[in-house]
Design a protein around this ligand. Structure first.
Ligand SMILES: Cc1cc2nc3c(=O)[nH]c(=O)nc-3n(C[C@H](O)[C@H](O)[C@H](O)COP(=O)(O)O)c2cc1C
Ligand SMILES: [Fe+2]
Ligand SMILES: [Fe+2]
Length: 391
């Protein structure tokens, strides 16, 4: 599939796997790879095994008798590099171009693959000219692994951005973002992908965004999801927000962990109190909503309330998982508040406060404690919490 200029899409979409990284629920995932023709022909990244079956065929169909001269690997993670050995064996004259850190990983993944006489280690700012196209290499450590770089091509002004600007989801018919609706088709899954996969590395993402701001970019070509050729400002702006842990929505995300429904009822009552105060809310059950969605929602909303039953002297396990995930993804700049339930010794507020105490979030003093179920005497605490959140 031709994208623009002499840039072809040779990636694919997997619709059979239900978990990405064997962890995140997905409905389809694209693994992008790009072939650029010129005096010397270049492949930018390879693909996951799940779409590896017809990968070589796609390359061969475009190249025909022409040679493949360079394989640029921006990221060595197997969701992209699993088929690297296949390509290098099919095209023994191709030179592998990557950072020294990426080249060091090649023998870790491919024991028998000898790249000594066919690899080129590149550093920040290095250039590779293949005719009318010139590739500039830009290091992007920890977006998402330490060996990552992104590649800017000066003729097309395309930024091959590795996992940055990637998204979960199934794209077909067109790989160009302009053929989809940004807010409904792309944004929710892009947010969930970004926050869960690279959300932890805001500092490093910012460093790359800064380097990108100095370039004139006409196309953003990530390794997952659609390719942006229009409204690039909108995409860069939303990533800037995520990288700086700035909320998109002024409102309260309420997540509850409840077994028999009493904690759920209190969470719903809080949501009603907030709506009475003109505060936007959304409410999720941690048992039925995958934590990856809630991590995404937590990056979207400015305030977060976690409500949990006490469970065997600890947090409800699904709540504990979510709370640890939020912390592990460096969630910052949020207002946090907690609610707890316990039939004999409620502990959730103390445990949640302890978990978030050394994070860059504001923890409200106001909290709600119920004993087994909601009673009229809980109303004052509930309203005080709603007032504090509405401020
Ligand atoms: C397996 C189990 C363990 C529990 N452990 C505790 C506990 O350690 N301390 C406590 O105060 N309540 C404990 N509870 C009671 C719950 O925290 C809570 O009061 C009850 O599930 C009602 O809330 P819900 O309707 O939201 O589930 C436990 C409940 C269950 C089912
Ligand atoms: Fe990755
Ligand atoms: Fe990836």
């Amino acid at each position: 599939m031709k994208l623009f200029d002499e840039v072809y899409y040779v990636g694919g979409c997997d619709r059979s796997q239900t978990l990405f990284e064997n962890l995140y629920p997905i409905q389809g995932m694209t693994y992008n790879s790009y072939l650029v023709l010129d005096d010397k022909n270049v492949l930018l990244d390879t693909v996951d095994w799940s779409v590896g079956q017809d990968f070589l065929k796609k390359i061969q169909a475009i190249l025909g008798e022409k040679s493949l001269d360079y394989v640029i690997v921006n990221h060595m993670e197997p969701d992209h590099a699993a088929t690297l050995e296949l390509v290098l064996k099919a095209y023994p004259k191709a030179t592998l171009v990557a950072t020294a850190k990426a080249l060091a990983m090649v023998p870790q993944f491919f024991e028998g693959l000898d790249i000594r006489d066919r690899s080129m280690a590149v550093k920040e700012g290095d250039l590779l000219t293949t005719g009318s196209h010139t590739y500039q290499f830009i290091l992007a450590p920890m977006v998402h692994w330490p060996e990552v770089m992104v590649t800017y091509e000066t003729k097309t002004k395309a930024l091959f951005s590795a996992d940055a600007f990637g998204t979960f989801g199934d794209y077909s018919g067109s790989m160009l973002a302009k053929d989809y609706d940004f807010a409904s088709d792309w944004l929710p899954e892009a947010r969930r992908y970004y926050t869960n996969i690279v959300g932890k590395y805001g500092v490093q993402v910012n460093a790359v965004l800064k380097k990108a701001a100095a370039l004139e970019i006409s196309a953003l070509c990530p390794l997952h999801g659609p390719i942006f050729t229009e409204n690039l400002g909108q995409v860069l702006e939303i990533y800037g927000k995520w990288a700086n842990y700035q909320p998109e929505e002024d409102g309260v995300l309420i997540c509850y962990g409840s077994i028999y429904g009493h904690t759920k009822e209190v969470a719903e009552r809080l949501s009603e109190e907030l709506r009475k105060r003109q505060v936007k809310t959304c409410l999720y059950d941690v048992s039925t909503t995958d934590a990856s969605w809630l991590v995404g929602k937590a990056f979207e909303y400015s305030k977060i309330v976690l409500a949990s039953v006490t469970y065997n002297g600890a947090l409800f396990p699904k709540m504990e998982y979510l709370a640890n995930e939020l912390k592990a993804h460096n969630l910052s700049g949020r207002t946090l508040a907690f609610m707890e339930n316990g039939s004999w010794g409620p502990l959730s507020v103390k445990l949640l406060r302890g978990l978030f105490e050394n994070t860059k979030n504001t923890i409200l003093e106001e909290k709600v404690t119920i004993k087994s179920s909601y009673h009229e005497e809980n109303q004052a605490e509930l309203e005080a919490l709603a007032d504090a959140l509405a401020k």
